[in-house]
Write a protein that binds this ligand. Structure first.
Ligand SMILES: Cc1cc2nc3c(=O)[nH]c(=O)nc-3n(C[C@H](O)[C@H](O)[C@H](O)COP(=O)(O)O)c2cc1C
Length: 365
């Protein structure tokens, strides 16, 4: 067995929460909730397979946080009221039954919203049309809408949405922790990104102002989540701009990861297409190693093409504590048990990408 498998299968604590191993399921949107945003029994069975298959940590798909601008997709699950929170209990119960833990990924889609049953408009830091086209795969079509530029009141509502969602996640749905979605081009990343944030108030301009919303959300979620671990997912690439790099290079990483650590996060989840690659054309350091360097006390979850032993090992060497798998977990919901039993790892096949109900997994049909 490759040496790295011992590391992958060894326990790790995030904050005061023990994990049985260092393999996590990465957050994956599946647009499989009911139209009114309730997680379904099918979703519960889908998530349970990962826990049964040995993953120490499951991170949910992005869950919308408020009844204003947060929802991104038709049939995306939400956690905005008691009914939606109660609907998650079957999922958390199924995961806990296998001695695994589950974090809710809290997400505000901002300008990338392409399906929201509460409002017709999308909203973002500035009235800038997002690059690219809506994802057909998630029932969108054509260019994104030009978002409404958020007022101070909208921003306060968005922060309160995250806090309320965190309270419901921990208090009612029985999630073990919270991952704030700060990555991939959604609202918090739109504030962070120079070309989508053209504000001249305290939420825009210099990098420290552009990070402010993420830090305010962390503070509010931290207060709401009690002792449950709270972390944030960070990327350079966006679903609608894969090649994006932070203009300030490693200096941005220093400011960003340092501020996240100061804000008291328990973990930083970094994701890149190939997580072991240098983060910037000038420089050798990956985003994993920059997170480790500038947030030395914080647990680092690494994601992006890390399903082979050599890349997982590289990620650990660069400072990751946990490896999150996306597509490889879809293809192998029992990936950790396969390592233990020395079974082959199946290749990823795009047919598993449809909504969960369409997947021909034996356990689900
Ligand atoms: C079907 C699908 C849905 C995804 N949805 C989300 C999401 O809701 N939130 C998120 O942060 N990332 C999302 N991602 C990105 C994954 O978490 C992960 O970063 C990506 O698949 C790369 O990791 P991998 O190489 O292990 O697959 C999604 C990816 C896939 C394939």
């Amino acid at each position: 067995m490759p040496f790295v498998h011992d590391t992958l299968l060894s326990p790790f604590d995030i904050g005061s929460l023990p994990l049985t191993n260092r393999l996590a399921v990465a957050p994956m949107t599946r647009v499989s909730a009911s139209a009114d945003g309730n997680a379904s029994q099918t979703m519960a069975r889908y998530y349970e397979r990962f826990a049964k298959g040995g993953f120490g940590l499951v991170i949910t798909e992005g869950i919308y946080t408020d009844r204003k601008f947060a929802q991104g997709y038709v049939c995306q699950p939400g956690i905005t009221d008691a009914e939606q929170a109660l609907a998650w209990q079957a999922t958390t119960r199924g995961i806990h039954a296998h001695n695994s833990v589950v974090f809710a990924q809290l997400m505000h889609a901002g300008a990338l919203s392409q399906g929201n049953r509460f409002v017709q408009q999308s909203a973002g830091p500035s009235a800038v049309r997002p690059k690219g086209e809506q994802m057909k795969f998630y029932y969108g079509d054509g260019p994104y809408r030009v978002p409404h530029a958020m007022t101070d009141e909208d921003i306060a509502d968005a922060i309160e949405g995250f806090a309320s969602a965190a309270r419901l996640s921990v208090g009612t749905a029985n999630f073990d922790g919270i991952e704030i979605h700060g990555a991939n081009g959604y609202l918090l990343d739109q504030f962070l990104t120079d070309y989508t944030n053209q504000r001249t108030d305290r939420w825009g301009g210099c990098l420290r102002n552009r990070i402010r919303l993420t830090l305010e959300v962390i503070k509010a979620v931290r207060d709401a989540a009690g002792v449950a671990p709270v972390g944030v997912r960070i990327s350079q690439a966006k679903v609608n701009d894969y090649q994006h790099k932070w203009a300030e290079g490693e200096a941005a990483a220093e400011t960003l990861f340092g501020s996240l650590a100061d804000a008291g996060v328990d973990f930083i989840h970094v994701t890149e297409f190939e997580a072991w690659q240098p983060a910037f054309p000038a420089g050798e350091a990956s985003l994993i190693s920059l997170a480790r360097r500038f947030a030395p006390e914080v647990a680092v979850i690494a994601n992006g093409g890390l399903h082979t032993p050599q890349h997982a090992e590289q990620a650990f060497n660069e400072g990751a504590n946990i490896i999150a798998l996306g597509k490889a977990a879809l293809a192998n919901p029992d990936y950790p048990n396969r390592l233990v039993n020395r079974l082959a790892i199946e290749d990823f096949d795009t047919s598993v990408l449809g909504p969960i109900a369409d997947i021909k997994h034996r356990e689900l049909v």
